[in-house]
Design a binder for this molecule. Structure first.
Ligand SMILES: NC(=O)c1ccc[n+]([C@@H]2O[C@H](COP(=O)([O-])OP(=O)(O)OC[C@H]3O[C@@H](n4cnc5c(N)ncnc54)[C@H](OP(=O)(O)O)[C@@H]3O)[C@@H](O)[C@H]2O)c1
Length: 230
């Protein structure tokens, strides 16, 4: 195990690990000490790049982190089932599941222009796909003993991290400006700021936190608590 302050034991599965929040989460798990990481997504090339970067992090810590790439489309139930079966077969146990694959709509599109195809694509990813991933992860974790390390009880703590605004999701500079204007701390988040919270929640440092939803959004939602200058 690494000597990183989070010192996270066990194995993680990250869906959407090829870029964005998912990649940052996979790298943060590696930095934080896990022994193995399953990298899932639809694109071999980006997942391979994440794998290379995990190797470099592990080498800098003088240890190995085992990786497994599984090409997966979470809108296909069979893919989701195969992913979890393969993960279990290769790693024997998965202690943390991070599903970061999702589809953002265009926040600035007028409701009158939205198509059924766009809505259905979002539901297939963000509702059905997300639920299938959670279902398979829970089924897999139910078959294994909770991870137990002296000093803390269990590392299997379902929780949710809700991300705020990332610059990459604001399709034009004008929309970006409009969006960031609604964030009390007046800037976008980085992918690392989201990943760090997710990985912290999986660590022994968060041993008394269970089933929580953390909002990483630069104060969005709490504006009413203080007055914000325009
Ligand atoms: N960015 C924001 O401002 C923001 C705010 C709130 C919530 N979120 C949510 O946070 C999540 C991640 O955001 P992000 O900015 O990191 O997104 P991103 O950069 O677009 O990355 C999404 C990742 O998911 C993978 N993916 C996409 N469709 C998939 C599918 N059907 N099956 C499996 N993997 C799939 C992509 O790789 P492949 O294309 O290779 O599969 C990619 O690695 C999304 O759910 C988004 O809705 C983002």
């Amino acid at each position: 195990m690494s000597q990183h302050w989070l010192n996270i034991p066990g194995n993680a599965l990250v869906i959407g690990a090829g870029q964005g929040i998912g990649k940052a989460t996979a790298l943060a798990f590696a930095t934080g000490g896990v022994s193995g990481i399953v990298l899932a997504g639809r694109t071999q090339a980006t997942l391979s790049q994440t794998e290379v970067e995990i190797g470099a992090i592990a080498a800098s810590q003088g240890r190995e982190v085992k990786t497994l790439i599984v090409i997966t489309d979470i809108t296909k139930e069979a893919d989701v089932i195969c992913l979890h079966q393969e993960a279990k077969e290769v790693f024997r146990r998965i202690d943390y599941a991070a599903n970061t694959a999702g589809l953002l709509g265009d926040d600035f599109k007028p409701t009158t222009s939205v198509t059924a195809t766009e809505v259905n694509a979002q539901l297939a990813m963000n509702a059905t796909g997300f639920l299938l991933c959670m279902r398979e992860a829970i089924k897999m974790m139910e078959t294994q003993e909770p991870l137990s390390v002296p000093g803390f009880h269990t590392a299997e703590r379902p929780g949710i991290v809700s991300a705020g605004l990332l610059e990459s999701n604001n399709n034009t500079p004008e929309n970006g400006l409009k969006s960031v204007g609604s964030v009390p701390i007046r800037r976008f988040s980085t992918v690392d700021e989201v990943a760090d919270v997710a990985v912290f929640m999986c660590s022994p440092r968060a041993s008394y936190i269970h089933g929580m939803n953390y909002v990483v959004a630069g104060g969005v939602g709490f504006e009413q608590c203080w007055s914000v200058e325009a």
